[in-house]
Ligand binder design. Sequence first.
Ligand SMILES: CC(C)(COP(=O)(O)OP(=O)(O)OC[C@H]1O[C@@H](n2cnc3c(N)ncnc32)[C@H](O)[C@@H]1OP(=O)(O)O)[C@@H](O)C(=O)NCCC(=O)NCCS
Length: 153
Amino acid sequence: MENFLKNKLTMSILMTPNMANFSGNVHGGEILKALDHVAYALAARYSGKNVVTLSVDRVIFKNPMHIGTLVTFLASVNYVGRTSMEIGIKVIAEDIKNHTVTHTNSCFFTMVAVDENGRPTPVETFVPQSIDEKRRWENAKIRRQYLLKENPI
Ligand SMILES: CC(C)(COP(=O)(O)OP(=O)(O)OC[C@H]1O[C@@H](n2cnc3c(N)ncnc32)[C@H](O)[C@@H]1OP(=O)(O)O)[C@@H](O)C(=O)NCCC(=O)NCCS
């Protein structure tokens, strides 16, 4: 198997006619489902464990997305706690015929590693190295504090 970074993942999906809403554009639920798949895949890849979605932060559909668009999800592990991981996902929409690319939005999933009983289980620590990794780590810590304050355990 080729080498890959276990703290990053890229996935592309072509928006096909079966993904349309009643306006003929892409159904928002299709994007939400794909985001959850990406967050699951990266958190499971990073931790080597089963993971569940605890929270989703900021999904905004500012513009309709057209059928035929190639959507790419660029995901990274931003923060790792004892059992939780924040996965950041940048969404890029490409008009494959006109060769135009738009950054449609970025959002953040908190995923928790769970054992066979569905209880949280520890994950490997992550030490941010690059400038980008350090910036994402600090921003994720702020979001985590906010999430905990708004939704106390
Ligand atoms: C995710 C889940 C296993 C966590 O269980 P829990 O009893 O809250 O576990 P803990 O209190 O030990 O918390 C586990 C981690 O989640 C974090 N967490 C829990 N509640 C939180 C909250 N309200 N805000 C922010 N973080 C929270 C904790 O900080 C901890 O992270 P850490 O270990 O990195 O410090 C449980 O909430 C669950 O099963 N949720 C349903 C998941 C699911 O089915 N998702 C799909 C929905 S359709």
